[in-house]
Design a protein around this ligand. Structure first.
Ligand SMILES: [Fe+2]
Ligand SMILES: [Fe+2]
Length: 328
């Protein structure tokens, strides 16, 4: 069963590379692919084929990777509203079996997310900051779950993609700062909220690791659903409380994170944008929540793009490629 699901999940990889237009990124792709030409099939054992054959496969993989263009992975109109509406995560040339598997995965994810939202709505309908604290504690879990699995694959030599590790770390760094902001606002004051958030996070971590091993596409889609809910939550909040929020000061941790000196990691998680293209102004609490909401929208876009195998690159790697092209 596991093998079947895994095969179905990764079967889209070859076709998903094909329709994307060419852009040259030879250096970074080759650096991480030379010793790891295996396709993304972590549950299979490493085939005992001669080293020369590895090099042939590596060349094919690199050529395909060069066709990935980040702008095409993140159409400007990509929106959290697209979640669960057949919004095009399906590869264009997928078989009916693949489409069925994708639909089944997404249906399970949407059911799980909707159920969790109903529980949160019941427990936290009149306590905004504790709700945000719980949400942010949970929201950062998938990123270190992805990193845990990728670390394991790296150790075994099955999969080495520095861009995935960098972007997922930057995403978890961003979510950690959302959490610190909620703590500074008093969201973690009650013991029961901390108990609930931390225990749900532990269960969610185990669930995400298992899901990511079986189907990375499903795990990324589930995370997209969670991020979409976070976006909607903050969007409703700033629309309902906007005037009050404008009269309140911004937490110090938010000012430091959004306007501090080194914004490399802030740019790194926003894979739909060029580095330095977003520099928030934080003058009050409204600005803080506006930017947290916008962060969640960026997370949605990244999680959506990740559902196509091999579709993720660090935004900084595009800048590096451009400067290399200029000096060439
Ligand atoms: Fe968040
Ligand atoms: Fe998020």
């Amino acid at each position: 069963m596991t093998t079947t699901l895994s095969s179905a999940a990764f079967a889209i990889s070859a076709s998903s590379f094909a329709p994307l237009k060419a852009k040259r990124h030879g250096n970074s792709a080759s650096f991480y692919s030379q010793n790891n030409p295996l396709s993304y099939s972590p549950l299979s054992t490493r085939p005992s084929i001669p080293r020369k054959s590895f090099w042939v496969r590596a060349t094919v993989l690199q050529e395909n990777e060069e066709k990935v263009v980040v702008e095409e992975s993140f159409p400007p109109k990509t929106s959290p509203d697209d979640v669960g509406k057949g919004s095009g995560n399906e590869p264009p040339e997928s078989s009916s079996l693949e489409r069925w598997v994708i639909k089944a995965e997404q249906s399970v994810n949407i059911f799980l997310t909707d159920s969790a939202i109903k529980i949160l709505d019941t427990l936290y309908h009149d306590r905004d900051y504790p709700r945000f604290f719980v949400l942010e504690t949970i929201a950062r879990v998938p990123y270190f779950a992805f990193m845990s699995v990728l670390h394991m694959y790296e150790s075994f030599g099955w999969w080495r993609r520095a861009d995935y590790m960098k972007v997922h770390f930057a995403e978890s760094w961003n979510e950690m700062h959302h959490l610190l902001i909620m703590e500074e606002l008093g969201g973690n004051t009650w013991w029961v909220d901390r108990f609930l958030a931390q225990h749900v996070a532990a269960v969610y971590y185990i669930m995400t690791v298992l899901m990511y091993v079986i189907s990375p596409r499903m795990a990324y889609h589930f995370s997209e659903c969670v991020e979409s809910h976070a976006f909607e939550t903050y969007d409703k909040f700033i629309k309902a409380q906007g005037e009050e929020l404008k009269k309140s000061p911004a937490p110090e941790v938010a000012v430091k994170y959004y306007t501090g000196g080194d914004l490399y990691l802030f740019d790194e998680f926003q894979t739909a944008r060029a580095p330095n293209s977003r520099r928030p102004k934080i003058e009050n609490l409204y600005d803080v929540f506006l930017n947290i909401r916008d962060d969640e929208a960026e997370h949605c876009k990244t999680m959506k793009a990740c559902q196509t195998h091999g579709n993720l690159r660090s935004p900084h790697s595009y800048a590096e490629d451009a400067s290399e092209d200029d000096t060439a």
